[in-house]
Ligand binder design. Structure first.
Ligand code: NDP
Length: 477
């Protein structure tokens, strides 16, 4: 098997490849991927630093053409890249192709943004002086990504970084290097100058930490766990650098007595269990008012019986495997914790076998949970959901907001009054009405509050807040 190498200063480099294993079939090696060392990472940072002056002054048409070419190639190869994603991460094929299409759309969007860069020219408060306000790229951006969106998250960080004239050192999650390698290869062939985009695959403790420790990295954009996010924050404060964190969630979905039962059940099943519950926007707390509680639990349980857990590539699979053995253990540990805490296991809870060896877990539903239980407070990041019974809307809202996180939230209701009140008072960055808590557009801001996020929003035109710095220039007429 050929080793997929790192890209440093425009050259593919690195010999020893680590196996990328398919979680739907652990006998299958998806590919071999080189591991960058501390020195490789330092070389990548130096290359990005050297490339910055020219790239930051490159024409917007050059940036547009490269980003557009990348978006077009990703779209043209959506089936092949989607299958690669499904094989390395375990998302079902339709979900994986959908994520790949989204990556393409993100490149298309930022190809357009490159042509829309603008500043402001305004009069000074002093006579005969003009003021110009412009945005400039920051410099070298360190991009550190998690395993759960192997192509969309790299796309939504790399595309704006390049669009606004930054150079990049990109470290994907060790578990899922294949899609990252593919998009770096696409961008390299699309004509990026040497050193503008560098790929350093490998361990967070080695490659990621070297990026954190470098005084030459002007900004870090990170998506991942709260623990690693805190390390990024501490190291970045040390270096007086800009940073942006997207971390965990414990997203609530409120179901009110007046909800359309089908809408509520479909949204809850999607929010909690699709993508194997491994979405930061997944809902793992269903907060249900008394009048609809029993009907809702019965209907959701019936729905869960119809969901097929199997190999991600198999037609008809609704839920693929858990990403790896470690995450599977986390999920099953939490299932035991939930039982011990006194929640009632209403459905699932078992690890299951399929034709191919993989990390298969039944969708798991707890009822009679309280909001104080660990399964309601800590992020599990698997297909494990708790139902919390509440008296009325006011208690539902208070329970929804009683969490250290604040990424997304949802409400199922036919009441305009409650939907409007919830949109205004939910302490989350993204609020959904009669929709799953996960599943967002690529052209609008993405991000949360409280323990979920730090720094400016990602995606859409709001991305400029992080990837640029503002300059104010005064000129005597
Ligand atoms: P981790 O924090 O473990 O990893 C995220 C990235 O950080 C990986 O590339 C990892 O490397 C790297 N990393 C690990 N240690 C260090 C270090 N010391 N210095 C620098 N980088 C390091 O999270 P997971 O990948 O396990 O992702 C799951 C978590 O991400 C969940 O908690 C989930 O909620 C959150 N998430 C949040 C999202 C959001 O937008 N809010 C979206 C997606 C996920 P490696 O793993 O290769 O060693």
């Amino acid at each position: 098997m050929t080793v997929h190498q790192n890209l440093i200063a425009g050259e593919w480099t690195g010999a020893n490849g680590v196996e990328n294993i398919n979680p739907s079939d652990t006998n299958e090696v998806v590919g071999l991927y080189a591991q960058a060392s501390v020195d490789d990472t330092k070389a990548a940072i130096a290359a990005a630093k050297a490339a910055f002056p020219a790239w930051s002054r490159s024409g917007i048409w050059e940036r547009h053409v490269i980003l557009k070419k990348a978006g077009d190639e990703i779209m043209a190869r959506k089936d092949e890249l989607g299958a690669l994603l499904a094989r390395e991460e375990g998302k079902t094929l339709p979900e994986a192709i959908g994520e790949t299409i989204r990556a393409s759309q993100i490149f298309e969007f930022f190809a357009g943004e490159a042509l829309r860069l603008a500043g402001e020219v305004i009069p000074s408060v002093r006579p005969n002086i003009g003021v110009e306000i412009t945005r400039e790229g920051l410099g070298v951006i360190g991009i550190i990504t998690p395993w759960n969106f192997p192509i969309a998250i790299p796309a939504w960080k790399i595309a704006p970084a390049l669009c606004y004239g930054n150079t990049v050192v990109f470290k994907p999650a060790e578990l899922v290097p294949a899609c990252s390698w593919a998009i770096v290869d696409i961008l390299h062939r699309a004509g990026l100058p040497k050193g503008v985009l560098n790929l350093v695959m490998g361990k967070g403790s080695i490659v990621g930490q070297t990026i954190l420790d470098s005084p030459d990295v002007a900004g870090i954009t990170f998506t991942g766990s709260t623990g690693t996010g805190k390390r990024v924050a501490a190291a970045s404060v040390e270096h007086n650098r800009k940073f942006q964190l997207e971390m965990g969630g414990k997203n609530p979905m409120v179901v009110l007595d007046d909800a359309d039962l089908n809408v509520a059940v479909e949204a809850a099943a999607n929010s909690g269990f699709f993508s194997t519950g491994q979405r930061c926007t997944a809902s793992s707390r269903l907060i249900v008012t008394e009048g609809i509680h029993d009907k809702f639990v019965a209907a959701l349980t019936e729905k869960l019986k119809t969901l097929v857990v199997d190999n991600a590539l198999k037609a008809g699979t609704h839920i693929g495997p858990v990403v790896d053995e470690r995450q599977l253990k986390t999920d099953t540990d939490y299932i035991e914790i939930g039982k011990k805490e006194g929640a009632k296991l209403a459905f699932g809870g078992e690890v299951i076998s399929r034709d191919t060896p993989g990390f298969y877990l039944q969708p798991t539903l707890f009822t009679d949970a309280t909001n104080q239980m660990r399964i309601s407070r800590e992020e599990i990041f698997g297909p494990v959901v708790s139902v919390i019974r509440v008296k009325d809307y006011d208690e539902a809202l208070a329970t929804a907001n009683d969490t250290p996180f604040g990424l997304s939230s949802g409400i199922a209701t036919t009441s305009l009054k409650h939907a409007t009140h919830f949109k205004r008072n939910s302490e989350a960055g993204m609020v959904m009405v009669n929709l799953p808590t996960a599943g967002v557009d690529f052209h609008v801001p993405f991000g949360g509050r409280k323990g979920s996020s730090y720094g400016p929003r990602e995606q859409g035109k709001y991305a400029a807040e992080f990837y640029t710095t503002v300059k104010t220039a005064y000129t005597l007429a």
